[in-house]
Design a protein around this ligand. Structure first.
Ligand code: HEC
Length: 159
């Protein structure tokens, strides 16, 4: 009897935790109009798939990076204050020393030249919404204009 009751209580707890989590998720997008919300969710779904395929190897699925080898994207101040460079690097890779949240990294990030502008818009939307907590669509137009002004050899960090 006690075991059944225990089982039932843990089940109840899981349901409560799950429903709180869902509420948190819907709150995050509540200020957006319906069309934007649908578009954002499409970008996020595709962005997550592409991120797991092309980026998670190094930066990890939860964006926390790997020790001193691969910098974190989660809560990365670099990502916020170097938006163009970060988005540009998603296609062209980057190298040279960078400081991410006070820690120095100096490894080469390989290029991902096969990614289309749309792929990058979706990945960047996922990265900035999921890891930088900013809730925004990074549009195809923004990616196009960033890509037009950045070239492979410009992504060498000098800081
Ligand atoms: C082979 C490992 C590897 C892969 C795959 C990779 N990166 Fe990186 N990434 C790195 C390394 C190493 C750096 C630091 C480069 C340096 O020292 O200049 C970096 C830096 C970054 C930065 C800037 C620093 C920060 O943490 O904010 C961003 C943003 C980033 N990567 C995003 C991505 C995205 C998005 C993808 C997938 C399209 C990706 N990376 C794929 C290794 C990788």
């Amino acid at each position: 009897m006690r075991r059944i009751l225990g089982g039932f209580l843990s089940f109840l707890l899981i349901i409560i935790v799950l429903s709180c989590d869902q509420k948190h998720q819907s709150d995050k997008y509540d200020h957006l109009d319906r069309r934007t919300k649908i578009r954002l969710k499409q970008y996020l779904a595709e962005g997550k798939r592409l991120y797991n395929l092309h980026c998670a190897n190094c930066h990890q699925a939860d964006g926390t990076g790997l020790a001193r080898l691969y910098p974190p994207l989660k809560d990365s101040k670099y990502l916020i204050s170097n938006r163009e460079k970060s988005i540009c690097g998603m296609r062209f890779g980057q190298n040279g020393e960078i400081i991410v949240n006070g820690i120095s990294f100096n490894q080469e990030m390989p290029e991902n030249i096969q990614l289309t502008d749309l792929d990058i818009a979706e990945i960047a939307t996922y990265v900035y919404t999921e890891f930088a907590d900013t809730v925004q669509i990074i549009t195809l137009n923004e990616v196009r204009s960033i890509m037009a002004s950045c070239k492979k050899d410009t992504i060498v960090n000098t800081q």
